[in-house]
Design a protein around this ligand. Structure first.
Ligand code: FAD
Ligand code: DHB
Length: 433
């Protein structure tokens, strides 16, 4: 038996993109359903991103999702770039007239969003199977899935949002020949760990070492996150906890600075690739986030781009479904792809500058070091990095009129009354300039 129903927007995927889209549409009085093939617990525990651009933070505040982020997020005004055994600080606030970033884990954003959506009575179906999107050439696309109890559903929609990540089904459901893809593979991966130990630094350390890249980031004042460049086909079994800490000490070490070690609670290897699919729309099927584009993690753009896409998409769908205007939908793909290609270039540039390419030679290594020296010695070059890192043109949600449930939440930038955010201060411990 198939159960038939109808909604305005069918959303595939309860990652950050799908969940935020559902929240933003509700603020505009537009109904949606979210279907997700994993469990709620899995979605809430999946360790991925951790760094938010200033615009992303302002957006989340503006739409009523800033409470816990403002209380628990860690605001950072810069990063350290390390190479040739020396650590150098880049001060983003100075370089960009006050811009900053915030450490707040993707797991926490997903928890906040799921909680907010369910509290508002939204429909999120976890653990579905056999998701399909069809009737795409019509004005009434259909979302089909089987729920946890085994019942097949057919939901007639006014539009469908493919927020189903890189391995989802929506991109491949577009007509053959429509989508062009462009991309790069990288000859290395990242081994990431989560460790119960206070961070050994106040701001993130990006280290280019002749034995490979390392990154020291964090999640909370008690939890550190660290990454190591490893070979592309590396197996996690080859990395004992002791080997990981020894390699981190080796690549991150500078005189007068110690890396604090603690129990590793999670370790995994992630491949690195750049990938852009265009267009990001076919009629009433819209792609957003990792479903349309992937960047290597260096520079932390993936989550920020996913949230920027759905902010644009919520506005587009409001124009289309509430106001009957198709113009913004026609512009959706081009609008997003401008930001996507800027972030794709920045992520590729940061990755290429900081990793050791096993196929490169002394010439390649010397070029990397020349570029790093330029970034720390030229204000123009440092500003380029800082501008890209802290984020692109502002997201526009706060300036748009709201209507529907919870509409008041979008009525301003929402900074008033926010609580002070904890900051880790231990710069004196760092043997840098
Ligand atoms: P996803 O998070 O992939 O969500 C897609 C959802 O769709 C998933 O829940 C999936 O289960 C579901 N789904 C898939 N197929 C189906 C189907 N057929 N039916 C139903 N549901 C389906 N980005 C940053 O901005 N900053 C960072 O610091 C950062 N660090 C990162 C570190 C690592 C190690 C990695 C791997 C990534 C990092 N990223 C970072 C990237 C970021 O995590 C992703 O860009 C982000 O998760 C994209 O969100 P999304 O909602 O588009 O896709
Ligand atoms: C994190 C990941 C990144 O890729 C990055 O550039 C900065 C921070 C993180 O997981 O915190």
């Amino acid at each position: 038996m198939t159960v038939s129903s109808r909604t305005q927007v069918g959303i595939v995927g309860a990652g950050p993109a799908g969940l935020l889209l559902s929240h933003l549409l509700a603020l505009r009085g537009i109904d949606s359903i979210v279907v997700e093939n994993r469990s709620r617990a899995y979605c809430e525990a999946r360790q991925r991103a951790g760094l938010l651009e200033a615009g992303t933070v302002e957006l989340l505040r503006a739409v009523g999702l800033g409470g816990r982020m403002d209380a628990e997020g860690l605001e950072h005004g810069g990063i350290y770039l390390q190479f040739d055994g020396e650590r150098h600080h880049l001060d983003f606030r100075d370089l960009t007239r006050g811009r900053w970033v915030t450490i707040y884990a993707q797991t926490e954003i997903v928890k906040d969003l799921i909680q907010a959506r369910l509290a508002a009575g939204a429909m999120i179906e976890f653990e579905v199977s056999d998701t399909e999107v069809g009737e795409l050439e019509t004005g009434r696309p259909v979302l089909r899935y089987t729920d946890l109890a085994g019942t097949r559903h057919e939901v007639t929609c006014d539009a469908i949002a493919g927020c189903d990540g890189f391995h989802g089904i929506c991109r491949d459901s577009m007509p053959p020949g429509l989508v062009t893809t462009a991309g790069r593979g990288y000859p290395y991966s990242w081994l990431g760990i989560l460790a119960t130990v206070p961070p050994s630094t106040d701001e993130l350390i990006y280290a280019r070492h002749e034995d490979g890249f390392a990154l020291h980031t964090m999640r909370t004042p008690q939890v550190s996150r660290l990454y190591l460049q490893v070979p592309a086909d590396e197996e996690i079994e080859r990395w004992s906890d002791d080997r990981i800490w020894a390699e981190l000490r080796h690549r991150l070490g500078v005189p007068g600075w110690d890396l604090k070690e603690g129990p590793i609670t999670e370790k995994a290897i992630s491949p690195m690739r750049s990938f852009v699919a265009s267009p990001m729309r076919y009629r009433r099927l819209f792609l957003a986030g990792d479903a349309a584009h992937i960047v290597p993690p260096t520079g932390a753009k993936g989550l920020n781009m996913a949230l920027a896409d759905v902010t644009a998409l919520a506005t587009v769908l409001t124009s289309l479904l509430r106001d009957g205007q198709a113009g913004p939908a026609d512009a959706y793909s081009d609008t997003c792809l401008k930001r996507v290609w800027r972030a794709t270039h920045f992520s590729w540039w940061m990755t290429s500058m900081l990793h050791v390419d096993p196929h490169s030679d002394q010439f390649g290594a010397a070029l990397q070091l020349a570029q790093l020296r330029y970034v720390i010695s030229s204000r123009a070059a440092a500003t380029t990095l800082a501008e890209n890192y802290t984020g692109y043109f502002p997201l526009t949600w706060a300036t748009l009129p709201t209507r529907g449930p919870g509409g008041g939440a979008g009525a301003g930038p929402g900074r008033a009354g926010r609580t002070a955010r904890p900051r880790l201060r231990s710069r004196s411990a760092i043997a840098a300039r």
